[in-house]
Design a binder for this molecule. Structure first.
Ligand code: FMN
Length: 317
């Protein structure tokens, strides 16, 4: 998620779940052609399995970027056909491509020609006045003819004119039924559902109808949700981590990153909500957000945040 997630966030999420597939935020083909490739693509080995999400609509540029994804070791490359922001529309990126299924199919075909890793698409159920199921199904069919076998569907349409990106994640109603139907009618495709899913129970309900679930905001805002994923969704027999063990892993990660010159604020930003709803959770967040920002912030900030939790736990006991 742009401006929210990055490699530090994924490293943290990986401490919570061994099995969840993690996605990068969208990286545009332009950024990879003209920008700092290493800054956009570098990631830690602990993050696997991890998918690179691309934004673009030029088949040759996407082919080049997909090759980079494979060369850098990503496990999947995903094309964004869901982002509604004005800025990306001007670049013919994101949800506006729902209106150009053949172009998306050509993009997918070009990407598939260049790589062995899976090429997947994240899309919406429609754009603007398109509410019917048929154009959505036609989009899926056309793009699957281009070679895409896995679709992650944000189960609401996007209004490209008039709604902000935030409103486009909240205002158009969720139509899970359309996502279930496409799976029912195209059983050979892998269909992953996304949008408004915020508990393990909800994931399990959706999994009765589709092949996978993608969590966005809930996983970021309440990261502890991810700790239940391996056992409850993947049937993984390993014991669930504890929050304290996750903090131990994070401390090791932070030590490595500090040594490499990363400022602590980048490492702790996705961690604020780890003790959400727990004794000391608010103090934990406050210590990280206030002290973690100092340019010379070090591991003692993590220790202080954890100490605040321990104190609150003792008081609550
Ligand atoms: C701050 C923010 C940034 C986002 N950036 C991306 C992005 O880069 N690529 C993408 O496919 N979706 C992006 N999304 C959309 C989410 O992936 C997801 O589709 C949407 O939030 C609905 O799912 P949720 O209800 O589980 O959050 C973003 C969402 C937020 C809140």
């Amino acid at each position: 998620m742009m401006a929210w997630t990055d490699r530090h966030c994924r490293a943290f999420h990986r401490l919570l779940s061994n099995r969840a597939l993690l996605y990068t935020e969208m990286v545009t083909t332009g950024a990879l052609l003209h920008g700092d490739v290493e800054r956009h693509l570098a990631f830690g080995q602990s993050e696997h399995p991890v998918a690179l999400q691309l934004g673009g609509s030029d088949p040759a540029e996407l082919q080049h970027s997909a090759k980079l994804a494979q060369d850098w070791g990503y496990d999947e490359v995903n094309l964004n056909v869901g982002c509604p922001s004005d800025r990306v529309q001007r670049g013919k990126i994101g949800a506006c491509l729902m209106g150009e299924p053949q172009l998306v199919a050509d993009c997918v075909a070009a990407m598939r020609d260049a790589v062995d890793i899976p090429v997947t698409v994240k899309c919406r159920i429609g754009i603007d006045r398109q509410d019917a199921y048929e154009p959505f199904a036609e989009f899926i069919d056309t793009v699957s003819r281009g070679g895409c076998e896995v679709f992650i569907v944000h189960a609401r349409k996007a209004w490209l004119d008039g709604l902000s990106p935030k409103e486009n994640r909240e205002v158009p109603p969720l139509r899970y039924d359309m996502v279930y139907r496409i799976k029912r009618e195209r059983p050979d495709l892998t269909i992953v559902i996304n949008g408004g899913i915020d508990s393990i129970d909800a994931c399990n309900d959706h999994l009765r109808h589709v092949d996978g679930v993608m969590l966005g905001r809930a996983a970021y805002q309440r990261p502890w949700l991810l700790a239940g994923v391996d056992s409850a969704l993947f049937g993984d027999g390993r014991p669930m981590p504890t929050r304290d063990a996750v903090m131990g892993g994070l401390r090791d990660y932070a030590a490595q990153e500090l040594a490499a010159g990363t400022a602590l604020k980048h490492v702790v930003k996705p961690v604020f909500g780890l003790y959400h709803g727990q004794p000391g959770g608010r103090m934990f967040r406050r210590v990280l957000s206030e002290s973690g920002h100092a340019p010379d912030a070090g591991l003692d900030v993590l220790d202080d945040a954890l100490a605040a939790v321990k104190l609150a736990e003792q008081k609550a006991a």
